[in-house]
Design a protein around this ligand. Structure first.
Ligand code: GCB
Length: 606
């Protein structure tokens, strides 16, 4: 750019920045899927920007207002000469970009999304731009004003746009960047496809000036019969009234906010039917205050640990589970739709399972909603996966933020019983401090659920030793092992003894092996359905000899895309450890596990 033009542009930008509303940190409104919202899903124009030219000047100085800083606008007046969103192709939102067009299959980098939308702002209301998930970093502009930034690819956020919305046509521009970064959560290396883009729903949500932005209601662990918690009113003075109604339980009460806007709630209903897999009873919950009303459908149950038992509603339960990646059945790509989640959880039910481990990051909220309705217990986790930069306080802050967003979104789901803080992390003192801090944060924010992590185990001859010091910080120990796949033979599993340093319930959070659906051979021919089935048969024998075992989530329900799984004709970019192929074909091992679950022959060691 010519220096004179650059300096005029900079001056004008400084002026426009001075009159722009202050950029604010994103917040997160709870129960957003039950609020009236104007959907922003659909076709968005996009421009691929691998050199981030829209964010940086030619000397790589950051343009604080993104590509809007450049006054050399195109004929549509919405960006530099090279940018013309109107002439650019479109991507579907929600949806990852990698599976929508071959030109973006491997793309990792910044990409600009743009669309126009109508608005009719009303006085006395506030409007938020809701983004269900943007992988991995996002920057939002509305009508040329930079509104907010967010980091973390699997959790929702809401940015207030009240001050910039105008009646009639408005424009939104979102820069989404899925570049993998060393100090990210996750970091550079994972075993899943780094699907980029606006992968979940987008909407505009309008609320009254004072509104319920957060609440928590749960069944007390103390007496198992009091529904307690709070509702938080944003923008309220102390002494404002919040009304709670649960009509089916004849609950109708008023609570008053304190100086922080919180109204404490407590009620003892008669005849509560506790939520459980066999009775996934959901109640209509209505919270109201002034002009705002929020409804939800909630189950009430308790989840606790006593010695080696996991107690659901005070009774021991064994978790017949399966791991699931958020990979869309049939079409592949990131799962987001009602159809995606009901297919995945439908197969889970068909397997005879009552539990899922949603690996390795928070899934779409439709997933936990469907689990609530279908009676499937959930292990929920954040992508604190493998070798993060545990020594970096900024990484801890990012992990805490994702954990908080996940918990805040899903605290109203009875199905969610476990928060997992890590998967297969290296056993070092720095890591242990980092993850203990995270486990404590999880418990502090939500003291009503259990905290877990999937640990690595040590081998000593025929023994597997579970003594990772992180176990001290957990309520339930998860362990991953791949006897018969990454080590030894399937037949070595039954001869393995387990030495567990903790008197806590154990979940075998991963085991398995890969098979290409339709490939057949002998029990020892790798990649065949028979080999995978042989692993499952032998693992089930071993698992039945572990007295502390209270659950299992084999790896995994359906094959998923991963860039390190390249074996031609076998993997073709998919991790093939699924019991089901992406086209819905069930492999032999599916039926082995189904039989064990349906006949209830696992977890019988004591
Ligand atoms: C693991 C990881 C999981 C991988 C799996 C595999 O231990 O936790 O993310 O996909 O092994 O298939 O190797």
């Amino acid at each position: 750019m010519n220096p004179a033009r650059a300096s005029i542009a900079a001056t004008l930008f400084a002026l426009s920045a001075a009159i722009a509303p202050a950029q604010s940190a994103p917040t997160l409104l709870v129960d957003i899927d039950h609020r009236a919202a104007a959907s922003l899903d659909g076709d968005w124009h996009y421009i691929v920007d691998p050199y981030a030219s829209g964010l940086y000047s030619f000397h790589r100085e950051i343009k604080p207002n993104g590509y809007f800083q450049d006054l050399d606008t195109n004929s549509a007046g919405n960006g530099p000469v090279e940018y013309n969103f109107n002439k650019s192709p479109t991507l579907k939102v929600p949806g990852d970009w990698n599976t929508q067009t071959p030109r973006l299959y491997y793309y990792e980098g910044p990409l600009w999304y743009e669309r126009k939308f109508e608005a009719a702002p009303k006085p006395g209301t506030r409007t938020f731009f809701h983004i269900g998930a943007a992988n991995y970093r996002a920057k939002l502009w509305v009508n040329g004003q930079h509104i907010c930034d967010h980091e973390g690819g699997f959790t929702p956020f809401d940015c207030e746009v009240t001050a910039v919305l105008k009646p009639g046509q408005n424009s939104a521009v979102i820069n989404v960047d899925n570049t993998r970064i060393e100090d990210g959560v996750p970091t550079l290396n994972t075993d899943w496809w780094n699907y980029g883009g606006l992968t979940r729903d987008l909407s505009l949500v309008t609320v009254p000036e004072t509104f319920i932005d957060d609440f928590d209601l749960h069944l007390s662990r103390k007496d198992h019969k009091t529904i307690e918690g709070y509702a938080h009113l944003e923008g309220a003075a102390a002494g404002a009234t919040v009304h709670l109604a649960i009509p089916e339980l004849s609950i109708n009460l008023d609570a008053k906010t304190d100086a922080t806007g919180r109204a404490a709630i407590s009620a003892v209903p008669q005849g509560l039917k506790a939520w459980a897999p066999e009775t996934p009873k959901l109640y209509k919950v209505v919270l109201s205050s002034g002009a705002d009303t929020l409804t939800d459908e909630m189950g009430f149950r308790t989840i606790e640990v006593a010695g080696n038992e996991i107690l659901l509603n005070g009774k021991p339960i064994f978790l017949h589970g399966i791991c699931i990646h958020a990979e869309a059945p049939y079409r592949t790509g990131r799962a987001y739709s009602e159809e995606d989640v009901t297919t995945l959880l439908g197969w889970t039910k068909e397997l005879g399972a009552n539990f899922v481990r949603l690996a390795h990051y928070p899934h779409d909220e439709r997933m936990t909603r469907a689990a609530d309705r279908m009676g499937i217990l959930v292990w929920s986790e954040i992508p604190t996966y493998w070798a993060l930069h545990f020594e970096d306080p900024a990484v801890l802050a990012k992990a805490q933020q994702q954990l908080h967003e996940e918990q805040r979104r899903d605290r109203d789901k009875a199905s969610v019983i476990l928060w997992s803080v890590a998967n297969e992390t290296p056993n070092t003192p720095t890591r242990t401090v980092f993850l203990t801090t995270l486990a404590n944060s999880a418990r502090e924010y939500d003291p009503t659920r259990l905290v877990t992590a999937a640990l690595l185990v040590r081998g000593e001859g025929h023994a597997k030793i579970v003594d990772d010091p992180l176990g001290s910080a957990l309520d339930v120990i998860g362990t991953n092992e791949y006897i018969g796949w990454y080590e030894k033979t399937p037949e070595d599993a039954p001869n393995t003894t387990w030495k567990i340093a903790y008197d806590k319930p154990l979940i075998m959070s991963e085991f398995g092996g890969a098979a290409r659906a339709g490939l057949h051979g002998g029990d020892h021919d790798r990649w065949t359905e028979e080999y995978q089935a042989n692993i499952f048969r032998n693992q089930l024998i071993m698992l039945n000899k572990i007295p502390q075992l209270r659950g299992m989530t084999p790896w995994l329900l359906m094959d998923f895309r991963s860039p390190s799984r390249v074996l031609p004709g076998i993997q073709d970019d998919f991790n093939r450890k699924g019991l089901i192929a992406p086209d819905g074909t069930k492999k032999a091992a599916f039926y082995i596990l189904q039989k064990a679950y349906k006949e209830d022959t696992v977890g019988k060691a004591n």
